[in-house]
Design a protein around this ligand. Sequence first.
Ligand code: NAD
Length: 477
Amino acid sequence: MEYRFDRLFIGGEWVAPIDGGVRPSIDPATGKPWGDVAYGGPRDIDRAVAAAREAFEGRWGRMAPWERAALIRKFADLYATQVDALARIETQDNGRAIRESRGDIGMHAQYYHWFASLADKQGGHTIPMDDSVHAFTTRSAVGVVGTITPWNVPLMAAAWKLGPALAAGCTVVLKPAEQTPASSLALGRLFEEAGFPPGVINIVPGDGVTAGAHLVAHPGVNKVAFTGEGETAKTILKTGADTLKKFSFELGGKAPHILFADADIENALNAATGSAWALCGQSCALGSRILVERPIYDQVVEGFRRNAGRVRVGNPMDPATHMGPQAHQQQLDKTLSYIAIGRDEGAELVTGGTQLAGDGYFVEPTVFAGVGADMRIAQEEIFGPVAAIIPFDGEDEAVAIANGTPYGLAAGLWTGDVGRAHRVAARIEAGMVWVNTYRYIRWSTPYGGVKSSGWGRENGVDALDDYLETKTTIVST
Ligand code: NAD
């Protein structure tokens, strides 16, 4: 399939931006541009919202749910044929190792299929009243959805929003992150090829503070589905306040990965190291705080040193590479600054800590041990390949440290004691807790955070609730 990146996808057509233009997109493995990508501004967002509204009030809005489902399935089947191409586009744009991009993107068709299967199952229910009154609920699509996605996993963030939005019957304006817009634009070709009516999906890359803010403030948008940083979410709430639209937020995390001494240590260790450096550390649910019970502390620190030495860092397009570069210059600077902060705070640098020579944004997998739970490297989201190992004694201390940040996205715990597994999982403040596994998710498992990690859930049957309105009808007979 031929993909183009120098146009916006609005109303089923590839159009030149009115307010923007094209700009070079940077390959983080070289620090150099790999091609030109279109970006739009407020008037492009206006056009996209108008097209989405027209589709919502037109053919798409009138389509039977099973017809919508058939189109989503067709799109999913096409998507499955394009995994390799999409993975290469995304890896070129954000530097994620191609083996990871293929693995992740290889699952997306299943997400779309699963949401398609829910499209015709969104009925309401009847409510018992007295004999002379009948009451029932019906559910209908929220309307036009503005979806705003981050640079670390553009296609995954899109799949988790577009799947339920389309299944519910909404139309969408997708604004991907300015650093990595290419793979999201590629989706336009697939929607076109699948035969979606014009305007159901519109794709407008652009800057957050111009295109993104305009989308959020737009009175024609009924809901904003956002994945990104908490600070951005606060700005978005203020920007959207005047229109009182709906919001869902998937935000940052500082997930605790708790290793009890009675765990299967080797498995726990491999999961903990793997998840500390996956996506080059740039994923919200990674176990970036490793809480280790004292009797196994030295063994775990040594295991982290050993496993860090086995990580192959390099050209992300090479299938043998485990870890590519940081996705862009600002993220590289952020990661390096936190490594300096960790040193200044007195944490022990076990391994890593430096940028690799060359033009790309590569950093070594980095391990700090002896980290205090209140240190900044244990409290703040770094979003780089930096693991912070924190010792603890007993369940109560583990839970206190685990819950001791503003975040509450995910957590993991490893133990051989089933009672402890249930006790600790129940006490942890997080939207997701993994026990004796980590980062295992599917389309059917609700994903999202508590506290400062977000509002709402993506995936699972719960995800559709955010894209549907409930109407109660009460009839006197
Ligand atoms: P970010 O908040 O900087 O940007 C995310 C998106 O918001 C981009 O598209 C950006 O253009 C847009 N944006 C920025 N300012 C805006 C504004 N004023 N109005 C409207 N839109 C605006 O986040 P990021 O750096 O791209 O992504 C990393 C963050 O995303 C991390 O905190 C990470 O934990 C989080 N994340 C969370 C999940 C999850 O599922 N919980 C998944 C992936 C990433």
